[in-house]
Design a protein around this ligand. Structure first.
Ligand code: COA
Length: 320
């Protein structure tokens, strides 16, 4: 028994912020951002938060799958930007959906959040513990970036994507998840702290900080490695894979991964030009676009891969 994605959904805020808009608030320009990243615009929340986006994506995925909220056994939300310290965003989603029979919790793996949540769901289903699950990736990094830091504020966008997963004979076949905690400082967001009555600390704003070149080097090495691992373990070859659906951080990272895997670029769908890097949401948003536009056919073999803060990275091989 394995698990299969039987429905997808996504949500992005309506507000579009272009590269030219950002050039009005920091010293940057469209040519620099597009040339280095492939990003032309991103969506940014006005009022809504991570849970709101997650709920909307989840409703669309349930509708697409034809599954009722009360059928859900488990809800996993991959996010690095929950609205609250607790309860988990997943519990808020459960409440909003009235998924009364589910257990819900968050998974914190930054931009690998959806991948880690999907692989965790697969483990529960494969073990026979649960049958029907909802996996969401949602992030609202616009609330965590320093809008004065041109090195990071141009990269990210807000959004959510979701997948309904069910126990079936065919579907996810091989998964890999890895992390390297020794490099946690390469990409981080130190949370705000109020201190306590003994240390008299004052609250500090916590912004995303990143060593861009280290992240780049890490991604172009580790992503091909984990993709090769799931393919090797499945006794398939690269040519058996129809699409590689990678975290949408940067088109140059994806180009470099394609080159290392000796695979053509048309197997690597991309949408970061419209949404920027939506962190844990990027893989399920892209998957949902592909599903709804009919690009995914029954029996297609695809590899999903995520990477990000932690450092974390992983891949999943599945049959659609
Ligand atoms: N607009 C204009 N100039 C910018 C800029 C911006 N938004 N951001 C940085 N620069 C400048 C730098 O200040 C630097 O100027 P200097 O040479 O005068 O010092 C110059 O551009 C080069 O900076 P550098 O950081 O070396 O650029 P880079 O080629 O490494 O590109 C990234 C920066 C962030 C695009 C690149 O490192 C990258 O894509 N890294 C991966 C990041 C990522 O994907 N993170 C999320 C992973 S989940």
């Amino acid at each position: 028994m394995t698990s299969k994605i039987i429905g997808t959904g996504s949500y992005v805020p309506v507000q579009v912020v272009t590269n030219d808009d950002l050039a009005k608030i920091v010293d940057t320009n469209d040519e620099w951002i597009t040339g280095r990243t492939g990003i032309r615009e991103r969506r940014v929340v006005m009022e809504e938060g991570t849970s709101h986006m997650a709920v909307e994506a989840a409703r669309r995925a349930l509708d697409n799958a034809g599954v009722k909220p009360e059928e859900l056994d488990l809800i996993l939300l991959g996010t690095a930007s929950p609205d609250h310290c607790f309860p988990s965003g997943a519990c808020e989603v459960q409440g909003a959906l009235e998924a009364v029979n589910a257990c819900a919790f968050d998974i914190s793996a930054a931009c690998s959040g959806f991948l880690f949540a999907l692989n965790t769901m697969q483990a529960f289903i494969q073990a026979g513990i649960y049958r029907t699950g909802l996996v969401i990736g949602a992030d609202c990094l616009s609330k965590l970036v320093d809008w004065k830091d041109r090195g990071t504020c141009v990269l990210f966008g807000d959004g959510a994507g979701a997948a309904v997963v069910r126990a079936e004979d065919k579907g996810m076949t091989h998964t890999v998840m890895r992390s390297d905690g020794a490099k946690w400082q390469v990409l981080s967001c130190i949370s705000r702290t109020n201190g306590n009555f003994l240390n008299h600390q004052t609250p500090e704003p916590g912004y995303i900080s990143m060593d861009g070149q280290e992240v780049f080097k890490f991604a172009v090495k580790k992503v091909p490695e984990c993709i090769q691992q799931v393919i090797l373990e499945s006794n398939l070859s690269m040519d058996d894979i129809k699409y590689f659906v990678l975290h949408q951080a940067n088109y140059r990272i994806i180009e470099s991964v394609a080159k290392r895997l000796k695979q053509p670029m048309d197997k690597f769908p991309m949408n970061m030009d419209h949404y920027g890097n939506t962190s844990a949401a990027s893989v399920p948003i892209l998957l949902d676009e592909m599903n709804r536009t009919g690009r995914l056919k029954t029996g297609d073999r695809i590899v999903l891969s995520g990477f990000g803060g932690g450092l974390t990275w992983g891949a999943t091989l599945l049959e659609w």
